[in-house]
Structure formats: C-alpha cells, structure tokens
Ligand binder design. Structure first.
Ligand SMILES: [Zn+2]
Length: 414
C-alpha cells in the first residue's frame, strides 16, 4: 500500500519511481548498535548535524532531545512512521516498535521503507561517514540484490567520489608538490574506471569556501609548500589556493571522463564556512565551466533563490533539493513553487541527504511527492500548464532528471 495521499490532487505522482541524487551510506549492524530511543533525534536536521560534525557534548545531546516534541519534522516522522508500522504515535512505544521491526528484518526493513516510496536508485556520496561505506556494502544494507548481469532487484546504489578524503590521505604522505599533484590526478582517473561512479563531489564549502580562485601552477606549487609548512592549516591562505586548484583539476577530470560534478553549496552542519557558502560565491567557477554539468548539492539552501537564479541563466547548472527536502518540512511547498517557476524543471533533482537513519529516505520521498503534487496541481489550476505537463515535470524531478543527467537506468525497484 502506498502511503501517499494523492487522491484529491489534480497531479497524481503516487507510484512514480524516485531516484535520490544525494545520500550517505550506512551498515545495518552499526545502525542497530545505536541507542534505539535516540532515533527520532538522529532524524532531525539538528541531530544529524551534531553527529556529522562529531559532537559528543552531552549538553548538546540533551538539548536536541528536549526539542524533539517541538520540532515539526520530528512530529511528522513520528506520525507517519506510526502509520507505516501500525504502532502508537507515541515516542517511546514507537521507538520500541521500530527497533523490533528493524532487528527482526534487518536490511529487509530498509528495503520495505524504500519499496513503499518506490525509491529505485540512490547516489551515495562516499565522503561521509568515514571510513567509507562501499557502494556494494550500502546496496546490501538497502536490501538490494545485484545479479551477475548487473541487474538490480531493489534499490540500486551509484557512487559519487568525494575529493577531500583523497587530499587528506595524500597530505599524510609528505609528498613533493609534483608527486602530490600526480597522485591526485591518478585518484581522479582510477575512480572513473568504475562504471558505477557517476561523478565527483567537493565540500570545499566546509574547508576554505566556495569563492574558488584560478591560481596558476606556479602559484599552486608555492602555496603547497607554505601549506605543508603550516601543518596543513585550513584557513583561507595557502590551503585555499591549493584546494581551489584541485577543484579545477576535478572539473577537468569530469570533462575528460564524462562525469558530473556535485558541489556542496549552501549551509550544512556547524563546520560549514558559512560566510563563503552562498551560491553567489561559486558563480565565477560555474561561469568558467559553463558547458559542464554541475549539481548544486542542497540547492544553496537557505539561499535557494540565488541558486535558482544561477540555474536559470547557466544551462548546465542543476539544483539538488536535498537537505531542504525533507528538513524544510512545512516550508517545502513555498520554495518548490519558486524553484519550479524560475528554473527549467528538467534541472531540478530530488534528493534526501539521508546521513543517519533509513527512515529519512522514506519520509523525504513521501514529503517531496506530496509537496510536488500540491504545487504542480496549483500550477494546473492557475492554467500555467496542463495536468499532463505537470505530471511529466513531477516525474522528472523525482527520478527522470537525475537518471538522464547521470546516465542511470530506471528500474522497477524489484
Ligand atoms: Zn550530504
């Protein structure tokens, strides 16, 4: 049974496949090791961010717990999951029912959530968590089975390779600049040998900011020596020059290997360099690579209007909706309406930014599907588009656009 209430919508997207263009891997055994009563905290933006920024402060954890019942998103998850599990919509009872189901079914529980929302494929950013969950491990955690011919029963996992862990790994080796540069290029090329690698990812917004310069090779070499002498301090001095140069090399590799670049743009967890994380900061870099596909991961959230404007004038800039969906919660409709109006809808890509618990996949897909139905139905009622056009646009945002951009096959989900 689908849990999407779309019976009154002019635009009905129930049953429509979903491809999640941005999420993070997990292993079922590790999820089951966590405190079962904390799952609601880990679902929220604040709880997930505390984990991803490495916080273990008990005062922060207690504050997140105390906000649980006042967080719209947490309350929605509680209500919806209670319906899915036929359990009471009360925190402790639901946590127990959820833990029992997850323990009993393992990856089968994850698969059941994904199947309910027709999530047929996901693109996993391998940079978080660390050590990396491999693509194959994650596919197993989602309860999928891949046949010898490559066909997948369940939710297929594609990989996006993050460049920053490569930089950290190479820093530890004490290389000369030319060896560092060659080793980084080799990483880019080796990754592209994997047919299930759909692109490269950078989180330079978490390191030195999105205002990426265009240093010459000589400037980069000099900056590298200064950066190494500093003990690899990530301020906006020499380290920034080197990181900017490496990101430009990455765009070169993406062109060479016909891959997409995913760039974290906008807010994130508390480690973000917020003063240099806006879409406008990265505009010069995007402008320099106008004919190359670049996805603004998180769509610049909370500066989505800036991202929308950029995607409306630069033909190959795409807008990922993750983070905003699902955590904007009630605010989803308003921003979706703006984005659908401003950006060619074929460049809007559904994503969840799941980075904690499997229910994020399920809630995000359900929330996005319903919000798209409402917003697109409104567009039909106001005579902007026909119902058929609106349905096509909605299906594109949920799956088709990501599949086309990254060269994925859309399966039935098994
Ligand atoms: Zn993410």
């Amino acid at each position: 049974m689908s849990t999407t209430a779309s019976s009154r919508s002019v635009v009905d997207l129930s049953g429509c496949p979903v491809i999640d263009d941005h999420c993070h891997g997990f292993r079922v055994a590790e999820l089951l090791d966590r405190d079962p009563d904390g799952w609601e905290d880990r679902l929220t933006m604040m709880g997930m961010c505390a984990a991803s920024s490495g916080s273990d402060d008990p005062r922060i954890a207690a504050q997140i717990r105390s906000l649980r019942d006042e967080t719209m998103f947490a309350l929605t998850c509680r209500r919806w999951l209670a319906g899915f599990l036929r359990a009471p919509a009360e925190s402790a009872a639901l946590a127990a029912a959820r833990h029992a189901a997850f323990c009993a079914e393992g990856a089968g529980y994850v698969a059941r959530l994904l199947a309910d929302q027709h999530v047929v494929a996901v693109i996993a950013d391998d940079g978080y968590p660390r050590p990396a969950v491999t693509r194959a491990e994650f596919e197993e955690a989602l309860g999928a089975r891949r046949g010898a011919d490559g066909s997948v029963r369940g939710t297929a996992v594609y990989r996006i390779a993050r460049i920053e862990p490569w930089v950290a790994e190479l820093q530890d080796r004490g290389l000369s600049f030319s060896d560092f540069e060659a080793a980084f290029e080799a990483r880019l090329d080796e990754a592209a040998a994997d047919p299930l690698l759909v692109g490269y990812k950078s989180i330079v917004a978490y390191r030195t900011g999105l205002d990426v310069g265009a240093p010459t090779r000589a400037e980069t070499a000099a900056a590298y020596e200064a950066w190494r002498a500093s003990g690899w301090v990530d301020d906006r001095g020499p380290g920034k020059t080197v990181r900017d140069s490496l990101l430009r090399s990455t765009l070169g590799a993406a062109r060479r290997h016909d891959r997409v670049v995913h760039l974290h743009v906008g807010g994130g967890d508390p480690d973000i360099v917020l003063a240099h994380a806006r879409p406008q900061d990265v505009f010069p870099l995007l402008h320099d690579h106008m004919d190359q596909p670049v996805v603004l991961i998180h769509g610049g959230y909370p500066w989505m209007t800036e991202a929308a404007y950029i995607a409306s004038i630069l033909p190959f800039v795409y807008v990922d909706l993750s983070e905003f969906l699902p955590w904007a919660s009630l605010g989803a409709d308003r921003e979706l309406e703006m984005l659908l109006g401003v950006v060619p809808a074929g460049k809007l890509l559904y994503g969840s930014d799941e980075a904690s618990e499997p229910e994020v996949f399920w809630v995000a897909a359900r929330l996005a599907r319903a919000a798209l139905e409402r917003v697109l139905s409104g567009a039909v009622e106001r005579d902007h588009v026909t119902a058929a056009e609106a349905g096509r646009i909605g299906r594109g945002v949920l799956a088709g656009n990501t599949a086309r951009l990254h060269g994925l096959e859309i399966g039935s989900g098994g």
